[in-house]
Design a protein around this ligand. Sequence first.
Ligand code: NAP
Ligand code: ZN
Length: 350
Amino acid sequence: MKTIGYAAHSSESDLAPFAFDRRDPRPNDVAIDILYCGVCHSDLHTARNDWGNAVYPCVPGHEIVGRVTAVGSDVTKFEVGQTVAVGCLVDSCQHCDQCHKDHEQYCREGWTGTYNGADRITGENTMGGYSTHIVVREEFVLSVPDNLDVARVAPLLCAGITTYSPMREWNVGPGSRVAVVGLGGLGHMAVKIAAAMGAHVTVLSRSPGKEKDAIDLGAEAVLISTDEAAMARAASSFDFIIDTVPVYHDLNPYLPLLDTDATLVIVGQVGPLVETHTFPLIFARKRIAGSLIGGLKETQEMLDFCGRMNILPECEMIAMGDINTAYDRMEKSDVRYRFVIDMATMPAAA
Ligand code: NAP
Ligand code: ZN
C-alpha cells in the first residue's frame, strides 16, 4: 500500500516527506491507519546516526496509536475499527527462551525494531510511525484501554514501558524511595508511574525551572543535581534510581544517593559513561543495571495499569512538518514533556 511518511535521508539532512510501499497484510498481520505518533529521543539518535547503525532512508517513530483497517485471515485478537497501538518491536524469533518468557526485547536472535530493523521475511529496512499506515503481525499489536484519550496515549508505548518495566523488575511499590534522573519524555513518565505505584518520588534535574512541573507530575521533592550540599544531604536515601540522561554523563554523583542493596538502572545513554568509582558499589552492595523497553505482555500490562490509574503523558501536539524544529527543541531539553505528531497533518503526497 502507498504510504506517505517523513524520512531522514542522511545523518545531516532534515526529515522530509517520503513515499514508500507497505506490504499487503500477511495472514497474521494487522493493518493500521496511524492517528498519532510520539517523538522519542531515540528517533533523533537514529535519524542523526548517533549510534552508528542508521539505515537510510529512515522513517522513525515507535510510539504509535491508530485504528485497524484490515486483518489477515489468521488474526483472532483484533478487528477492523479497533483502536490499537504499536511500540518499539514488530517481530522477534518467538521460539527462544527469552521470547517464551515474554521478553521479546531480549530475543536471542535479535528483535525487529519498528524502524531501522530488518523485516524477518524480506530483509527490508522497517519504517516507523512517522507515516500514515503500518502493517504489523498480530502478536506485536496492543489493545488500548477505552478510557484513555487516544490523542495522548502514544508516548506510553516507549516512554511508558521503558520506565514501567525496570520499576516492576526491581519491585517498586508502596513506600519505595525512587529518584528519577532527567525530567524529559521518559523521566516524566517515570514520575507518574512510580507515584501511581505508591512510591515516594524525587526528581534529580539540572533544570531549576522544572521544579513546579515535577511536583505537579507527582514528585514529592526535586534535587538540583548541581547543588552539592543538597546532594550530600540525600546520601543513602533511595531504593531505586532510574537514569534517563540521553548523553555521555557521570554516575559518580548519583551512586552515593543509593541505599545499601539499592539499584541505579540506566535506560538513557547507550555507550560509554564517565569512569565510575567502584567504592559505593562494593562498600554498600549497590548495583548499576540497564534495561531495554519491555516485552509485549508487560507492555499490555502497563497500558492496562495506565488505563486503571488514568495515567497519561503530558503531550505537546505538533504537525508532521514541525518535526525538525521539535528535534532541535528536544536536543535542548525544551519539551514538556513529549511531542506527539498528529498524523492528520501529513501532506497528501511526498
Ligand atoms: P528527552 O525527552 O530528551 O529527556 C532527556 C532528559 O535528560 C532531559 O529532559 C534532561 O532533563 C536530561 N538531560 C538532557 N541532556 C542532559 C545532559 N547533557 N546532562 C544531564 N541531563 C541531561 O529524552 P527521552 O525521550 O526521555 O529519552 C532519554 C534517553 O532514553 C534517550 O537516550 C533515548 O534514546 C533513551 N531511550 C532508551 C530506551 C530503553 O529501552 N532503554 C527507550 C527509549 C528511550 P533535565 O532538564 O531534567 O535535566
Ligand atoms: Zn523510544
